[in-house]
Design a protein around this ligand. Structure first.
Ligand code: ASP
Length: 340
């Protein structure tokens, strides 16, 4: 049975959901749109909104995603925005949280659901999780309650820019460790309403992204200053995310690392501090191994996920804000991505 009250667009970008066995690993299957519609028709699920199915011109395994793919997805949604009540974006799981974050910044103040989903097992396999995920995503759009960019997976609805892929093979692949689920198949929607985004002025902007703008560097025991030296002498990037320990700590016995960070800050390279911990965030004033970061002008990423911080930096740089504007905006929530 379909609900024809709502008009939904399913935009297929690639990923496991539409793949088949090739003998040498999964590859995208031909005519996935037809196969998909047949599967939905056969599934006999209740109350599925009517939908149209469109594919991006080039389908990717999302492990191959580059920031410019966000522009292609964003442009497509922007062009079709007024024609539909909401959107389901079928996407590979590997970088789904990055794309969800990027879309949340490009579509600030949106008034319709944009739900990303995919599957761990291709739709063509009997044991696939694809149908459950897609049907749930379509229902989330039809309900018209979660008017933001979300990820719908294994029965949960998560804020897109708070999500991260936490399991490589299990069906409950996603979670949002620093924010309760927006909804789940078994919980009362009224309870979840408290997590809805505050009203913000609509600002839809789909910029062209520079793949080289943001660098990510993880701190590890014994990291050498020379490693940093080489990186900072290249001028192709404008921002760096340092994934630090705990509350935002880096080794401070070797002061050359700190000098290099200082040089980066002086050169106008934005440095953002994100914790390696799954839960909680950065507070640079807790330990002396963190407070020097503050003194060097390193911006605290608070409790943002790596994916959200990465996409937000890309977005702000692509929008051509100055580095002091980027630093200030990194601390402000645009789409519920960071706790106050
Ligand atoms: N490598 C695949 C992708 O991200 C994995 C998946 O879709 O689950 O496109």
């Amino acid at each position: 049975m379909t609900d024809s009250q709502h008009k939904v667009l399913i935009l297929y970008t690639g990923g496991t959901i539409g793949m088949k066995d090739s003998g040498e690993g999964f590859v995208p299957m031909d005519n996935f749109g037809d196969f998909f519609k047949r599967k939905i028709d056969e599934s006999d699920r209740l109350s599925i909104p009517s939908f149209e199915f469109k594919s991006l011109d080039s389908l990717i395994d999302s492990a191959n995603l580059v920031p410019m793919n966000w522009t292609f997805i964003g442009q497509r949604l922007l062009k079709l925005w007024d024609d539909y009540d909401g959107f389901v974006v079928l996407h590979g799981t590997d970088t789904m949280a990055y794309t969800a974050s990027a879309l949340s910044f490009m579509f600030q103040g949106l008034n319709k659901p944009v739900v990303l989903t995919g599957s761990q097992i291709p739709l063509c396999k009997n044991e696939s999780d694809a149908l459950d995920n897609v049907v749930h995503a379509l229902q989330v759009v039809a309900e018209q309650k979660i008017n933001e960019v979300s990820i719908c997976f294994d029965g949960k609805v998560l804020r897109g820019n708070r999500s991260t892929k936490v399991k490589s093979a299990a069906l409950d692949a996603f979670n949002s460790p620093n924010l309760p689920w927006l909804n789940a198949k078994d919980i009362d929607t009224e309870t979840a309403d408290i997590f809805l985004l505050p009203n913000v002025t609509r600002q839809f902007l789909v910029p062209e992204f520079d793949c080289n703008a943001v660098l990510v560097l993880q701190i590890y025991p014994g990291i050498s200053a020379q490693a940093f030296e080489g990186i900072f002498s290249s001028n192709s990037f404008k921002a760096i995310i340092i994934q630090t320990y705990g509350m935002g700590n880096t080794p401070n016995i070797d002061s050359s690392l700190l000098r290099i960070l200082k040089r980066a800050a002086e050169a106008g390279i934005i440095v953002v501090n994100i914790t390696q911990c799954m839960v909680g965030g950065v507070n640079q004033s807790t330990y002396s191994t963190g407070s020097h970061m503050q003194d060097l002008g390193v911006v605290s990423g608070g409790d943002m996920t790596l994916e959200a911080a990465f996409a937000k930096l890309h977005y702000l740089i692509a929008c051509q804000y100055t580095s002091s504007q980027v630093k200030q905006k990194m601390l402000t929530a645009f789409a519920g991505e960071i706790s106050p």
